[in-house]
Design a protein around this ligand. Structure first.
Ligand code: PRX
Length: 685
């Protein structure tokens, strides 16, 4: 794969004028908190020698400790193959199945232990406790259906558009058993967004559910499947079958009709597969396990391809040692399985360790902000994992709620965004009752698992900082010229990882060139080199490193906005706005929000002669929701007479971001149309 140094324009984009980093909160360095003694006494990883053992001179051998946590049909011959940089191959020659590692191997000791606690949103509906034995039975029966009814086999793709129900991990594991590559699309995404992912992954089968509960309503979800099928057809891609799980088995809960010959109710079909067992496929370690689409700098999301062996080894080790999961723990990660956090830290990591993992259908603050603590108390959850956005919302709506319940967490995680020290302290004192250790984990869809975090029984915690690289991960911060910024320099730069690691995505589905250009080209020391040292991975985040080696992540350096811990591409939202015929130009900027971290403001200009109106603004907002999903809904749509532009015609998003964030837009005299800035200021809130 040829590496070209990024063009100047692309480089400018990567040190983006409008970066989240620029409008990131700048809080002070905080003092340390020690991990509670009680936690340390029971922790999986307490040996400080690990930090030395995992130093770069022992790379890549130390990652064998990760793979050793799994059961292999055949051990690997080569730990790391670097012959085709940067397409690293891990545990080459090994044969493995992810499903047996998460299910079958636990039966001997944990058959009757709960694997999944499914917590329906309505409190009137009983919690379901799916044991490992039941999981085994249900996964096998569904795998038989996928194989025999749908004709799916290893290497085929299946798109899943499922809500947070027990059937989602069952579906993923059934795919994994067969080697079918699953591509789960977040259920809150629109039918159109799902259709785009169906056609990109060329899935012949879409697996969905008729309906699910959210904030007290039973939402029709099947209607999105019809839109997805139609959208994929527009791209020239035909879906053979749509499998529809029933939210209430035995009853179809959607007003949308089933299309004959195409749509099938899983719960009916399953009757034929009762008692069926499927021999797990012995797959190469580097065969893909799943695709996870995420936003980048272009309008189209990219499918991050994750491997079986490397990925599973990575999430299992990090679940054991950073999440401190023991088989007797009840673990609740409140993310959605539709995002990478849910794949790695609700499904694959915890189940590989035989933990009990909670799958919660609903909204944490519904019907009130006491709900999560009631669930934790009822199930005896002792490890809790969520995002700063959820913590901020729970703190705002029920600051004293956690004190009313008898839950006891030994360990808590935050993920997905920077967490303000004040919010961290509430989490620690009120949610964790001062007894829980906290890890602030930094990573991305591309990475498979945590990159930076404290090791909970070894490192002290520091509110507002993620911590050092986890054992085996060696981060570095480069400035724009590729010079290393030293710890304690006080300067922000681009955070990169010096070494490959097994959890990393293998490529972008059908776009290996973009994989190289976007993540490796910028700091590649020698495009011809086969030495991994010449290929640092660029994450796309701005960061600073304090003297103690802890990293503080400031935010994206590219055109990605992190809304409530979810990644959205500004270009994706802009393309959605441009679907509206009245719109000629669109620019999206991130705005700081007290709960969600960031939200998008959408600036548009209309065709000549058209007048701005509330109606057009609403139409544009609705287009964004139907193209992407409600999470992308702009805070406001601002119809401007003209965009602020450079003389070469480039939209100055920096100026728009400053206006939206009530900051000084700086010197605008060099713009082609400086007079427009004051007009825009009057229009924006
Ligand atoms: O900007 C960083 C932010 O979330 C981005 C990755 O988003 P996504 O791929 O959706 O994965 C989210 C969950 C892994 C990163 O580029 N981010 C993630 N974790 C943190 C964070 N920012 C600050 N602190 C974190 N702990």
């Amino acid at each position: 794969m040829a590496v070209t140094k990024p063009r100047r324009e692309a480089r400018e984009q990567q040190s983006a004028e409008v970066s989240e980093a620029q409008i990131a909160v700048h809080w002070q360095e905080e003092g340390y908190y020690s991990p509670p003694k009680k936690f340390v006494a029971q922790a999986n990883l307490t040996d400080k020698g690990i930090l030395k053992r995992f130093s770069l001179d022992r790379f890549p051998r130390y990652f064998e400790e990760f793979a050793a946590l799994l059961d292999w049909y055949k051990k690997w011959d080569k730990t790391l193959d670097t012959s085709k940089p940067p397409f690293w191959r891990w545990f080459v020659g090994g044969r493995i199945n992810a499903c047996t590692n998460c299910v079958d191997r636990h039966l001997a000791k944990h058959r009757n232990k709960t694997a999944i606690h499914f917590v329906p949103e309505p409190e009137s509906e009983a919690i379901q406790h799916v044991t490992y034995q039941e999981l085994f039975v249900r996964v096998n029966e569904f795998a038989a259906l996928l194989r025999d009814f749908c004709g799916l086999k290893a290497g085929d793709r299946a798109t899943l558009h499922m809500p947070m129900v027990a059937e989602l991990p069952i579906t993923m594991l059934a795919c994994a058993r067969l080697g079918v590559i699953h591509s789960q699309v977040f259920s809150g995404f629109s039918g159109k967004a799902c259709g785009d992912r169906v056609s990109d992954s060329e899935s012949r089968v879409l697996i969905t559910m008729d309906a699910y509960y959210r904030a007290g309503k039973l939402l029709d979800h099947k209607e999105k499947a019809d839109i997805a099928v139609a959208d994929a057809a527009k791209d020239g891609h035909k879906l053979d079958k749509v499998l529809v799980w029933q939210r209430h088995p035995g009853r179809y809960s959607s007003p949308t009709k089933l299309a004959e010959g195409r749509d099938f109710t899983v719960n009916d079909l399953l009757a034929k597969y009762r008692g069926k067992r499927v021999e797990p496929v012995r797959l190469p370690a580097e065969a893909p396990l799943f695709l996870m689409y995420t936003s980048g700098t272009t309008g189209r999301p990219k499918g991050c391809q994750h491997s079986i062996g490397g990925y599973l080894a990575y999430v299992t080790w990090t679940s054991k040692n950073i999440q401190d999961i023991h088989p007797e723990d009840v673990y609740w990660c409140m993310a959605d399985i539709g995002w990478i956090t849910g794949h790695s830290y609700i499904v694959y990591g915890p189940l590989a360790l035989a933990a009990s993992s909670v799958v919660f259908e609903g909204v944490p603050t519904h019907p009130d902000a006491g709900r999560p603590w009631r669930i934790a108390e009822e199930l005896g959850v002792n490890i809790f994992h969520t995002s700063p956005t959820a913590i901020r919302a729970l703190r705002k709506e029920g600051p004293d709620e956690p004190s009313k319940y008898n839950h006891r967490f030994k360990h808590m995680t935050t993920v997905g965004e920077p967490i303000e020290p004040a919010v961290w302290k509430w989490y620690h004192k009120v949610v964790g009752k001062g007894e829980a250790v906290i890890v602030d984990t930094w990573w991305q869809t591309e990475n498979g698992g945590f990159l930076c975090s404290t090791v909970p029984a070894i490192h002290k915690m520091k509110p507002g900082s993620a911590g050092p690289g986890i054992p085996g991960i060696h981060p570095v911060i480069y400035d724009d010229d590729g010079k290393e910024l030293r710890a304690g320099s006080g300067k922000a730069g681009n955070i990169c990882i010096r070494n490959p690691w097994p959890g990393s995505f293998q490529t972008i589905w059908k776009d290996p060139n973009r994989f190289v250009q976007q993540y490796y080209a910028r700091y590649c020391k020698n495009p011809k080199s086969k030495d991994w040292r010449d290929w640092p991975y660029m994450a796309g985040d701005g960061a600073v490193q304090a003297k103690d080696g802890y990293y503080r992540i400031l935010g994206r350096i590219d055109d990605v906005i992190n809304v409530a811990g979810h990644r959205l591409g500004t270009k994706e939202i802009e393309s959605a706005a441009l679907v509206v015929p009245e719109v000629v130009e669109a620019a999206v900027v991130p705005v700081a929000d007290p709960i969600k971290g960031k939200v998008p403001d959408l600036y548009v200009s209309l065709k000549t002669g058209l007048k701005a109106s509330e109606e057009i603004a609403k139409k544009i907002s609705a287009a964004v929701v139907s193209e992407i999903g409600a999470i992308a809904r702009p805070r406001q749509v601002i119809i401007v007479p003209d965009m602020p532009k450079t003389r070469s015609g480039k939209i100055m998003r920096r100026v728009l971001a400053a206006i939206s964030n009530h900051q000084d837009p700086g010197d605008v005299s060099t713009l082609a149309n400086p007079e427009v800035v004051d007009k825009i200021k009057e229009l924006a809130r």
